[in-house]
Write a protein that binds this ligand. Structure first.
Ligand code: DGL
Length: 420
């Protein structure tokens, strides 16, 4: 095993190698950060498994809303076009929000993307496994179903963890599909077929990784298209403000204006020849503030400096919708999609959320019981004996009032499933 770990460390950058080895060493899935390796032995049973979706918190519920409501294909013929039936009507989803460890977008600013990458692979392992914690109980339980697909609903997690998860799934030799929100978003840009420049609004971490400009350039290049100017702007405030976090006291419109201005300035600094036309909403929360962002660009156009460099009509790319389409295609390609008369092994969608685990020795908590900020951002990868958070079933009562309001008012399909 030691030799295997050394070999893996060369082929796959740590920390994924540590977790790959750890899961190999615990094939019954009883240990933390491991899963039952025998779960996908029967291919017909695999098809009936639910689909896992994860995010750093509740923002990814916007992606789940898109998954629950997408009607872009004919369910029986798989042809493009709406047929009045949700495309995933037979499927069930398991959603996981790693709320205890978020914001993911801020790990890069403190040079802790190594730990962030470990967290992201742990998210995938949680969804693959049966192990979860009851809301109040001293021992984990093992009745959560495994999944047949993993949707990385978080832009930052896709930026830092998509390749690790793909490598891990290949190393474990499990037939699980992995779809990330960034590749889907880049495909959304391609399909939008516009001529103008591209602006990406995302977290600080996503922008620092350069994943959107890189993936959009590759996607356009592979399709034989020329690559226009791509500017990006990373925000440390907009997602929190959209969630109603009191640490961000100004209105969503005020934060949206600040980020739109910064993006427009970055765009102008890149010496573009065409106006900024396509805006990628590269953070889970931003589709919820689309109209505020659009209004901000409208008022920027009234300024002399921006008038000719911002298109009169912008086109917004919402990677959530593109991800839903991508998942449909991938499931169909792998013959893992449930057909009209079939039912999932899971009766209802399930939701989980991480919370701090005070029983873990060495853990430091804030006054409200969450992980202390300094503790959170100073952790090192490679300590798989430490379980300082627990993944428990998410119920509406666990959501902070502002998030609850957001889900109830803006994500009706998710709310219906969550408040059942
Ligand atoms: N879900 C994250 C994303 O889409 C935003 C929140 C965070 O930083 O954790 O990038």
């Amino acid at each position: 095993m030691k030799t295997l770990l050394i070999l893996l460390s060369f082929a796959i950058a740590l920390p994924a190698a540590d977790l790959i080895e750890h899961a190999h060493a615990h094939p019954d899935g009883k240990a933390a950060f491991s899963f039952d390796a025998s779960a996908w032995q029967n291919s017909d049973a695999t098809r009936h498994l639910p689909i896992g979706v994860f995010d750093s918190g509740i923002g990814g519920l916007t992606v789940l809303e898109a998954l629950l409501t997408l009607d872009a294909f004919h369910n029986d013929t798989l042809r493009p076009g709406a047929d009045g039936r949700p495309d995933f009507e037979r499927e069930r989803f398991i959603y996981f929000g790693d709320q205890a460890n978020m914001p993911y977008g801020n790990y890069s600013a403190v040079n802790r993307t190594d730990y962030l990458r470990e967290l992201i692979v742990k998210d995938a392992i949680f969804l693959l496994g049966r192990r979860f914690w009851p809301a109040d109980g001293k021992a984990p339980q093992f009745t959560k179903p495994p999944v047949k697909a993993l949707v990385i609903a978080c832009n930052t997690a896709t930026a830092y963890g998509l390749e690790d998860i793909r490598q891990a799934v290949a190393a474990w030799k499990i037939p699980v599909i992995v779809v990330g929100v960034v590749e889907a978003g880049a495909r959304g840009v391609l399909e939008s077929n516009t001529e103008g420049g591209i602006g990406v609004l995302a977290t600080v971490g996503t922008c620092a990784s350069g994943v959107y400009p890189r993936t959009i350039s590759q996607t356009l290049g592979l399709a034989g298209k020329s690559v226009p100017v791509i500017a990006q702007q990373g925000s440390a405030t907009l997602a929190g403000a959209i969630e109603g976090d009191t640490a961000f006291p100004e209105s969503v419109s005020a934060y949206a204006m600040k980020e739109a201005r910064a993006l427009a300035e970055a765009y102008c600094d890149s010496n573009p020849t065409k106006p900024l036309q396509t805006i990628v909403l590269g953070c889970t929360h931003y589709p919820l503030a689309r109209s505020e962002i659009d209004t901000a660009f409208d008022s920027l156009r009234k300024e002399e400096a921006f008038r000719d460099l911002i298109a009169e009509k912008r086109l917004f790319v919402n990677p959530a919708e593109a991800t839903a389409r991508e998942l449909f295609r991938e499931l169909a390609k792998a013959r893992l999609r449930l057909k009209t008369a079939e039912t999932s092994a899971l009766e209802h969608h399930q939701f989980y959320l991480s919370v701090a685990r005070p029983e873990q020795s060495g853990v430091r908590l804030a006054a409200d019981g969450s992980l202390d900020k300094d503790y959170k951002y100073s952790r090192l990868p490679g300590h798989l004996e430490i379980e300082d958070t627990r993944n428990i079933p998410l119920t509406p009562a666990l959501l902070p009032p502002a998030s609850l309001k957001l889900v109830r008012e803006r994500l009706p399909a998710v709310w219906k499933a969550l408040s059942r």
